[in-house]
Design a protein around this ligand. Structure first.
Ligand code: SAM
Ligand code: SF4
Ligand code: SF4
Length: 357
């Protein structure tokens, strides 16, 4: 099969940052802020928080260590002044943070320097979504991504280890769509020998549903999942598997920095996305800053250390001082981990359940 090109990321210098915006050392603007609101989760996905490591005696952060909603909202407003347009709430499991809709409401009230509202999105495992979707949408949430790795209940339970059924997650997805959060994106991490036989059943289920199924290559994030390259099913392989049953054609990127390569069913049955972080990395277009639950900034999913912001926040720093810190961390950023994977192994990477993907 000829090589399938997924991304138009060239690594070439990007367009200038918007007024007041900042560029990193590779010319990438800071456009997105991913906020992890908790390190806790009601699941123990084997590839993210394996129970052997995240057991009953695991020390999660105490509540007092977490940024308050006011602190998060303040950081988001300062980030908006530096070019951020989009905020994604994540975790751990973000719906485990009580009254998350209150935070969503606070973020929805923020404006960019041009007076535009920020786009507010959420990534969730979906277990609590059916009961939360309406309140979140009413508070101003615009988009939701739900993680679901299998339709087969036994396999799903084995992978997610949370005692929650597939039916509950599907109800959450439908509730989100009814609440106005459509199209819902559904993320499936594919791990060879584990759930690759679910690629076609998942594609069949979500084809024509109005939801967008996205396949994520299994990544070497964190230090606990024992990742091996031969467990990765590449985006090209996935396109081949689905395309053999339902012909597909590539679609252009929806917006600058979109990480999922989009493919449409030729018969009009909707589209799928491929997130090929391992086989075809997209560092050249990576415009994401990450904020950890206790206020550390991370400039890459594979970073080994963060930059503390909470100390400044709690010491009464001015907005100007916070903007200087946030902007300074971004300006110094040189990350391209996925493009150099294998060349230099990192020993102490940040855990996905802490920083949220
Ligand atoms: N708990 C929420 C959830 O599962 O959607 C939000 C946090 S979770 C860390 C964010 C995303 O990262 C999920 O879609 C999850 O499947 C994905 N993820 C976790 N570990 C991964 C890995 N090793 N490779 C690829 N994706 C991973
Ligand atoms: Fe929890 Fe999400 Fe990690 Fe699964 S992927 S353990 S749901 S944080
Ligand atoms: Fe962005 Fe780091 Fe992922 Fe590259 S490896 S796309 S810089 S988060």
């Amino acid at each position: 099969m000829s090589r399938v090109i997924f991304h138009n990321s060239t690594g070439a210098p990007q367009a200038p940052a918007p007024k007041g915006g900042v560029l990193d050392t590779h010319g990438r603007p800071m456009r997105d802020l991913r906020i992890s609101v908790t390190d806790r989760c009601n699941f123990r996905c084997t590839y993210c928080m394996p129970r052997e490591v995240f057991g009953a005696d695991h020390a999660f952060l105490p509540h007092s260590a977490l940024l308050t909603f006011e602190e998060i909202s303040r950081v988001a407003q300062i980030a908006a002044g530096l070019g951020v347009h989009k905020i994604r709430l994540t975790g751990g499991e973000p719906l485990m943070r009580k009254q998350l809709e209150v935070l969503v409401g606070m973020l929805a009230a923020l404006r960019t320097p041009e007076g535009e509202p920020l786009e507010i999105a959420l990534t969730t495992n979906g277990a609590l979504l059916a009961r939360k979707a309406k309140a979140l949408a009413e508070a101003g949430l615009q988009r939701v991504t739900v993680s679901l790795d299998a339709l087969d209940d036994v396999l799903f339970q084995r992978m997610s280890d949370g005692g929650v059924t597939v039916a509950t997650i599907l109800e959450g997805i439908e509730a989100a769509a009814r609440a106005g959060l459509a199209p819902v994106k559904v993320n499936m991490v594919v791990r060879k020998g584990m759930n690759d036989a679910q690629i076609l059943p998942m594609a069949r289920h979500f084809r024509g549903s109005g939801h967008i199924l996205r396949f994520i290559e299994y990544m070497d994030v964190g230090n606990t999942n024992g990742w091996r390259m031969d467990e990765v099913v590449t985006g090209a392989e996935i396109v081949g598997i689905i395309g053999a049953e339902f012909p597909l054609e590539p679609v252009g990127a929806g917006y600058r920095g979109e990480v999922a390569a989009r493919w449409a069913y030729r018969d009009g049955g909707g589209e799928i996305g491929l997130i090929t972080s391992v086989s075809q990395p997209f560092c050249g277009d990576c415009t994401r800053m990450r904020l950890s639950p206790e206020g550390r900034l991370f400039t890459c999913l594979f970073a080994e250390q963060g930059h503390d912001l909470r100390g400044l926040l709690r010491a009464g720093a001015s907005d100007a001082a916070l903007a200087e810190r946030l902007g300074g961390v971004w300006r110094a950023r040189g990350d391209r981990y996925s493009e150099h994977r294998g060349e230099a192994q990192r020993e102490h990477k940040i855990e996905m359940s802490y920083i949220g993907g």
